[in-house]
Design a protein around this ligand. Structure first.
Ligand SMILES: Cc1cc2nc3c(=O)[nH]c(=O)nc-3n(C[C@H](O)[C@H](O)[C@H](O)COP(=O)(O)OP(=O)(O)OC[C@H]3O[C@@H](n4cnc5c(N)ncnc54)[C@H](O)[C@@H]3O)c2cc1C
Length: 472
């Protein structure tokens, strides 16, 4: 088998050829051609090869992952995970709680706190040709805002520290995620979101221009009807932080990914993300926004934001996700949310299609689409669409991403098939990562097909290793 780039391409085709599973029959060197023999696309990327998926994991790591997935089978534990973690923190304190959590859940999902921790994780990812996406775990919710700015200044310094680490250990084109609520009061964002929740392209474009100009020229935002003076001041100060963060990302060659949060702050977060795109994405995609496809209006949101960014002459960049805050969003307003898991999947594919069409039109230097999912069907569908649209999976403008500690059975086949894949690696102290860990518990509920399959594959790989130990 060939050893460089084309080797990967061969594998895409081999896995796709259900009828001709041999390399020779299916060999060709062009990603955009179908298999010469059976004319299939990579629809059958194999996601059940447990040996290959977990070959880089120790047996203890597999056992730990399996135990955690089993615990996520308990609805009681998952529904109350954050409460249980917070109570444990109150009763035992971080140190004692850490004795239990550090070797288990924390190590499964979090790389650590220090540069040396990230170095170890980054090295092991690079060995497998997986790219690095660092995920800070700084965030706040409405009602937790600080009247003083020093909380957000401190968070900015932490973002600089993480940007430096990402730059040092990141390898090729590393990404750094960020939450807007880490750098400006969530209450201010909610108030701004109230005004901008109804999406009208013209008013959005004007507001994005005001923000971009305030960011660039270091001046206060003009008055906005319905927004009080304190919020204008908070946002004006925060735009200075976003400018500094954008400058660091641009100079350190990082891509800064703005995470999507709760619906009541998201329009405010998007305005900031778009203003940053307008400022920093003139020549290449430095800043990206995130689109949550469990919202019925996700396509409308992406289309509007893409139009605004194109009209400002900047490069558009998007991370596409299903959305991590389903339960809470349902409590707030069920009418905005897709009625079922299948509907969210269909919505994701519609949004993806629009983003891919733009990627094709804009070209590899002026666009970035991150397909951030653990969903097999979506990954297969995306791989097929890339091939059908003639989008080169190695060009770097359409990439995949999964979360550290999850979905190895998706990540490894994608890497072996020659796609560019990132792992989102969280960094933070135990107390910072508790909400993040609670969200991962919800995503690993055994009712979801992905979690069930991962559990089965872990079991199969552990059994295989046990058998081979006894056969020796
Ligand atoms: C790299 C990366 C970055 C991410 N960044 C963000 C981010 O910025 N913001 C964010 O919110 N999330 C983010 N996520 C998490 C993401 O939104 C999902 O929660 C997670 O990836 C699980 O979805 P999935 O596509 O992997 O597929 P699956 O595991 O197949 O789908 C699970 C998802 O489907 C949806 N769903 C489940 N049941 C139903 C139902 N009954 N009705 C409607 N929808 C349902 C929910 O969104 C749920 O999370 C990120 C994920 C990755 C991999």
């Amino acid at each position: 088998m060939a050893t460089s780039g084309p080797r990967h391409i061969l594998q895409v085709v081999v896995t796709s050829c259900c009828r001709h599973g041999s390399v020779r029959m299916c060999s060709h060197s062009n990603t955009s051609t179908l298999c010469a023999v059976c004319k299939t696309t990579p629809q059958a990327l194999l996601f059940s090869d447990h040996h290959r998926a977990f070959q880089h994991k120790s047996t203890w790591e597999l056992l730990r992952a399996l135990l955690i997935l089993r615990a996520c089978g308990s609805n009681f534990l998952v529904d109350n995970s954050l409460k249980i973690l917070r109570k444990g923190q109150q009763i035992f304190g971080d140190q004692i709680l850490g004795l239990f959590l550090h070797p288990t859940v924390y190590s499964q999902f979090v790389a650590g706190e220090e540069s040396s921790d990230l170095a170890v994780t980054a090295k092991s990812l690079q060995k497998m040709e997986i790219r690095l996406m660092v995920a800070p775990t700084l965030e706040e919710d409405v009602g937790e805002s600080s009247l003083r700015q020093d909380k957000y200044d401190k968070n900015l310094n932490e973002m600089f520290r993480l940007a430096e680490m990402t730059h040092c250990h990141g390898g090729v084109h590393p990404c750094l995620q960020t939450k807007i609520t880490a750098l400006v009061s969530a209450d201010t964002l909610r108030n701004l979101s109230h005004i901008y929740v109804k999406k009208k392209a013209d008013s959005w474009r004007v507001m994005v221009q005001h923000m971009a100009s305030a960011m660039l020229n270091r001046v206060q935002l003009p008055d906005i009807p319905g927004i009080n003076h304190r919020d204008i001041e908070n946002m004006s100060i925060a735009l200075g932080r976003f400018r500094q963060l954008g400058e660091v990302a641009a100079t350190k060659n990082l891509c800064l990914l703005v995470d999507a949060e709760y619906s009541y702050v998201n329009p405010g977060c998007s305005l900031v993300a778009l203003a940053m795109m307008a400022v920093f994405n003139q020549n290449r995609p430095v800043v990206a926004n995130t689109y949550q496809c469990y919202f019925k209006g996700a396509l409308e949101t992406l289309t509007l934001e893409l139009d605004v960014i194109e009209s400002l002459g900047a490069c558009f960049a998007a991370k596409l996700v299903r959305g991590a805050y389903l339960e809470r969003e349902r409590e707030l307003d069920t009418t905005n949310i897709c009625a079922s898991y299948a509907e969210t999947g269909d919505n994701y594919h519609r949004v993806l299609e629009h983003a891919l069409m733009h990627a094709k039109k804009a070209g590899s230097d002026r666009c970035l689409v991150i397909i951030a999912t653990h969903n097999e069907e979506t990954v297969r569908h995306s791989a097929s669409r890339l091939l059908e649209l003639g989008l080169d999976p190695k060009a770097g403008h359409v990439v995949f991403a999964q979360i550290y500690g999850m979905a190895e059975q998706i990540t490894m086949p994608l890497v072996h098939a020659g796609y560019l894949v990132y792992k989102s690696v969280p960094m933070g102290t135990l107390s910072q990562v508790l909400p993040y860990l609670a969200r991962r518990a919800a995503e690993n509920r055994s009712v979801l097909h992905g979690a069930r399959k991962e559990r089965e594959l872990l079991q199969q790989e552990l059994s295989r290793r046990l058998r081979s130990m006894f056969q020796r």
